[in-house]
Design a protein around this ligand. Structure first.
Ligand SMILES: [Fe+2]
Length: 293
C-alpha cells in the first residue's frame, strides 16, 4: 500500500480576503502569487509555487486538503487502494492540476466530508521565495507544509480511515478537559494531522488550526512582536506543547479558525517510536484568549 508523505497544501473559502492578505503578509511574511487565477489568492512560503489558496466566498470554510505522495506509481496504487475499499476516486482534470500546480492528482471524500486531494509532483518555482519581510523561512521540504487539526464527528472511525486508507501512523493522544485529540504522522514531523471531538462551534470537518513551522525561534518571536504591535487577536499566548515540544503561539484568522506559528517540533523515528498518552497539551504558556468581537 502506498502512503501519503506530507501535507502539501490547503484551500479555504474566506469572506474577508483583504484582512486575510494583511495577516498572511504582515505576520507570516508570505508571498502572494501575482499569477493567481481570478477570485483566488494563492500564497507561497517556500520553493513550491504555492501552498495556500483562499477563495473569495460567502462563508468561511475549509475547501480542500492536499496530501503528497512521492511518485506517480504511488498515486496509482493509492487510487486503486481507495477504489478497492469502496471509496469513489476522481482523477484531477489537467486544468485543476495546473491550478494546484501539481503534475497529477486524485480527489476523494474523506470522513466528515473533507475534500481530500492526493497528488504527486508539486511545481517548483525557479525564482526563490521572496518573503514580504525579512525572515529565516519555513521548515517544510520533506516534512510538508505543517500540520492541520480537524474536528470529527466520530474521531475513532476517522483516525482508522486515515491510517488504513492514506497510511498515517499514530503519534500519540492528548485528552484534557472535554477534549480528546489524536495525533497522526506521515513523515518524521511529529504530526501532520490531528483530530478532536467537536469542540464549541466546530463540527466534524471543520478546521481547528493550521500550523506553520519556522526555521528559527527568532522568526516566531518576531512574529509574536508583530502580532502584538498590530493587534492581531491571539487565540493562545506563547507556550510549549507537551507532545511535540513545539514552542508556538496561535492567532484567530479572519475566518475564525486559528494559525499556530511554531518552532522546534519533535521528529519521529518509526523504528523506535512508541505512541504515548498525555493529559495536558502544554508545558507552559498557551493561555486561551477569547475570540475578537
Ligand atoms: Fe498544533
Amino acid at each position: 500500500m502506498s502512503k501519503v508523505t506530507g501535507l502539501g497544501y490547503l484551500g479555504a473559502t474566506v469572506t474577508d480576503p483583504e484582512s486575510w492578505h494583511q495577516l498572511l503578509c504582515t505576520l507570516y511574511g508570505l508571498e502572494r502569487r501575482g499569477d493567481s487565477p481570478d477570485g483566488m489568492h494563492q500564497y507561497r512560503l517556500d520553493e513550491q509555487h504555492h501552498r495556500l489558496t483562499l477563495y473569495e466566498g460567502a462563508e468561511d470554510k475549509l475547501a480542500h486538503v492536499g496530501w503528497e505522495v512521492d511518485t506517480r506509481e504511488d498515486l496509482r496504487m493509492m487510487a486503486a487502494h481507495l477504489s478497492e475499499n469502496g471509496i469513489e476516486v476522481e482523477a484531477g482534470e489537467p486544468a485543476l492540476c495546473e491550478e494546484r500546480a501539481v503534475m497529477e492528482m486524485i480527489i476523494c471524500n474523506a470522513p466528515d466530508g473533507v475534500r481530500t486531494e492526493i497528488f504527486f509532483g508539486p511545481k517548483q518555482d525557479a525564482m526563490p521565495f521572496t518573503p514580504a519581510h525579512g525572515m529565516d523561512g519555513y521548515n517544510t521540504g520533506d516534512l510538508g507544509l505543517g500540520h492541520i487539526v480537524l474536528a470529527s464527528d466520530d474521531p475513532d472511525t476517522t483516525v482508522k480511515w486515515y491510517r488504513e486508507m492514506l497510511g498515517f501512523s499514530l503519534s500519540d493522544y492528548i485528552f484534557w478537559d472535554d477534549i480528546e485529540a489524536t495525533f497522526l504522522h506521515c513523515n518524521p514531523r511529529h504530526h501532520s494531522l490531528a483530530f478532536t471531538n467537536p469542540i464549541g462551534p466546530l463540527k466534524g470537518g471543520d478546521l481547528n488550526h493550521l500550523m506553520l513551522e519556522s526555521k528559527s525561534m527568532d522568526d516566531v518571536g518576531r512574529g509574536y512582536d508583530i502580532a502584538l504591535a498590530n493587534n492581531v487577536p491571539l487565540a493562545m499566548t506563547l507556550g510549549r506543547h507537551t507532545n511535540d515540544l513545539t514552542t508556538s503561539f496561535y492567532v484567530y484568522t479572519p475566518s475564525g479558525w486559528w494559525i499556530e506559528y511554531g518552532y522546534g517540533g519533535a521528529l519521529i523515528d518509526d523504528a523506535t517510536w512508541e505512541p504515548k498518552f498525555y493529559n495536558a497539551p502544554k508545558l507552559w504558556g498557551h493561555e486561551m484568549q477569547p475570540p475578537p468581537e
